[in-house]
Design a protein around this ligand. Sequence first.
Ligand SMILES: [Zn+2]
Length: 306
Amino acid sequence: MVPTDLPMTSALCENTIRELAGTYPFLEVQAITTTAYGRPVLSLRLGQGERRVLYSAAHHANEWITTTLLLQFVQDLAQAYQQEGALYGVPARNILNAATIYLVPMVNPDGVDLVTGAVELGTLEYEAARRLADNYPQIPFPDGWKANLLGVDLNLQYPAGWLEAREIKFSQGFTHPGPRDYVGRAPRNQRESIALSSFTQAVDPALVLAYHTQGQVIYWQFRDYEVPGALELAQEFARLSGYALEQPAYASSLAGYKDWFIQSFLRPGYTIEAGLGTNPLPLSQFDQIYGDNLGILVTAALGLPE
Ligand SMILES: [Zn+2]
């Protein structure tokens, strides 16, 4: 059901989600908002456990392969559950009895559609993006596009050091809407970031994973916040995936979703930079990325044994 040989688009994501929900009635689908250009941002829920976790992907447009990753995980978990099988060696029943897993597989559908060609040349949307990109001629168009189609970098939209992030990005020349690194006029003033933060508050998860590409690294800290259990889980994720634990460069460690989550909830939040290469990563990396991350996705749902 999940196409791992086609570039992801918002329509493909939505169709896949509808198909999954049609096949596995225990999957719940909800739109958490609609973007500026009218695309739904969808969430999925499965499981009935006490431990709530929230996985998101594709905050950044040219990191759409992370959407495919989460959808494939949902399919494999749902199928294993229905067939009373196991995923990553853990009975699916145990996973879904222990956890309720919420997913937002495509936070930025407008941007993804630009990068994967679903926004066609000559359309209003395309021309609007093109004009914003003209401010930043050094960034490849549309492959270098990370923002939404209003030109705001959605992972610089959260109130966790946002003013500092603004100062840093402005000093680097990102003073206007564009393909990436523009923080917006205010934190949480874009539909996608408002919706995801509100959804997160409503779910009140024990942990969040935010999927990005690339680098094969895991970011698990925000400033000097001490989050109980965060390092232990990070170390386990690193062991399972082969990814490295990293301390972000100061300039890129602000105003992100996981930064905000750590600051607001004092619970483990991770940015996972999957795969290696130049974004958008080719689908030829998909199997490797899925193999590297399946252990993380299962373990994050279960948490570490007490
Ligand atoms: Zn990213």
